[in-house]
Design a protein. Structure first.
Ligand SMILES: [Zn+2]
Length: 436
């Protein structure tokens, strides 16, 4: 068994891994790296595949181009896992396998990119066994993350089972969906898992990731205080964070009219509504300039009647929160208004600079700010220890992190009895690791 560590082994982003068993190859994830896209000052949709490869926005997949690829398995719908599909998938004569919500996200980005790729996109429900061919079977196991229908992929091969889990946590009080399917993980673990490929994004944080329900409690408290004080209330969070949006609706509990403002909010929440993951019947969802202009004009006249959820929590220039702060619409923020960040700033120089200038605009107007009402979608160190103990893999190739994070994971694996380069390996982008 060979593991090709193609992307996400020297950074958080552009995830792509290929597992080769007896000349048959399965690809896991095809993501892009937001930072590189922004640095290149381009729209990823407008880039050719070669441009995207050159800027480092997408993984270099040259070393598997001549392999017999049987399937492209996508773990969940975040852009660092699906964003390179329009650029790379078309080169492989293989179907894309994912859960139904992830399929909706992929269809959306394919439409935006306007590239015609001929791969079938096949939705596989969690818990179903999907036969890729006589040798390879796939099952998606349920885990918690920060987007609906995230999975651990369990691939059964002639040389043993492979578990790919590149973004997951264990949430004992999730807001939508169930707790990570611990029983199924243990069952899989008792059947000889040959290899596990876990994401390491937050392995350096001690203890456990906080639950979504605890954030809902905090959000309710903040909202209560804002409603008591009066004024406009604007919340910003990640558009794909459907649990958080459900929490907001519950915390609001019908007290104010709710509007979701922004294109990505519209796309992610409408896909979720179609699958019964959020109820938008009492929510005004707007994205076009004229629609937003009209709505914000109404909000400006009845500030205490509205809860506005807007895109742009990272301070992205041109996103809705930035527009609201810049006076783009007939809506004026003042010292009686509140902006709640139900998010965490991604710690890169560019994002921090964007957030600084957004906060500066808001502070100049005297707006009251509430930061970090948030929890991560990624396992902390003790969650990771549980995943290792449940799945009991023979070998581990940690992924989705800088070398530092991969190293921190190796330290954990050593605590659990593994040895570096014997049964736990540090990949680099472009490395091939022989297992067994
Ligand atoms: Zn993710």
């Amino acid at each position: 068994m060979k593991v090709h560590t193609l992307g996400g082994y020297e950074e958080v982003g552009r995830n792509m891994t290929a597992v080769e068993v007896q000349n048959q190859t399965v690809i896991f994830d095809m993501g892009f790296e937001m930072e590189e896209v922004i640095n290149a000052d381009g729209e990823v949709n407008e880039m050719t595949t070669n441009d995207a490869l050159e800027t480092g926005a997408i993984p270099l997949d040259e070393q598997i181009m001549d392999k017999d690829v049987k399937a492209i398995v996508i773990g969940h719908g975040h852009l660092d896992h699906v964003g390179a599909i329009p650029k790379l998938a078309g080169a492989y004569d293989a179907p894309i396998l994912c859960t139904p919500y992830t399929k909706r996200v992929i269809q959306g980005i394919l439409e935006d990119d306007r590239k015609n790729i001929k791969n079938d996109v096949i939705a596989v429900e969690k818990g179903d066994e999907y036969a890729i061919n006589d040798d390879l079977t796939l099952e998606f196991m349920h885990v918690n993350h920060s987007i609906p229908q995230a999975t651990l992929s369990l691939l059964d091969t002639p040389e043993g089972k492979v578990v790919y889990g590149n973004d997951m946590k264990i949430d004992f009080s999730p807001v939508i969906e169930e707790t990570t399917d611990i029983e199924r993980l243990k069952e899989a673990g008792s059947n000889n898992v040959k290899l596990m490929i876990p994401g390491t994004t937050r392995v350096s944080s001690p203890g456990r990731a906080r639950s979504e329900e605890s954030v809902e409690v905090e959000l309710r408290g903040v909202l209560n205080s804002c409603y008591e004080a009066g004024g406009a209330v604007i919340v910003t969070t990640f558009s794909s964070q459907i649990s958080r949006l459900n929490s907001l609706l519950r915390a609001n509990d019908g007290r104010r009219k709710v509007a979701f403002v922004g294109r990505s909010l519209k796309e992610y929440t409408e896909a979720a509504a179609d699958l019964g993951l959020i109820d938008l019947s009492d929510v005004e969802v707007v994205s076009y300039f004229d629609e937003v202009e009209q709505l914000m004009n109404r909000v400006d006249n009845e500030k205490e009647e509205w809860l506005v959820v807007a895109t742009g929590n990272q301070g992205e220039p041109g996103a809705q929160l930035d527009k609201l702060a810049s006076g783009t619409y007939p809506f004026e923020l003042s010292k009686d208004d509140h902006v709640i960040f139900s998010s965490r700033t991604i710690p890169t120089p560019l994002t921090e600079a964007n957030r600084y200038s957004l906060e500066k605009k808001l502070k100049e107007k005297g707006v009251r700010l509430y930061m970090d009402v948030h929890t991560t979608g990624h396992a902390h160190k003790e969650d990771h220890r549980d995943f290792i103990r449940y799945l009991d893999p023979e070998n581990i190739v940690p992924s989705h992190g800088t070398i530092q994070k991969l190293g921190d994971y190796v330290e954990l694996a050593r605590e659990e009895g593994y040895s570096l380069e014997e049964n736990v390996f540090i990949g680099e982008n472009g490395r091939t690791i022989e297992i067994g």
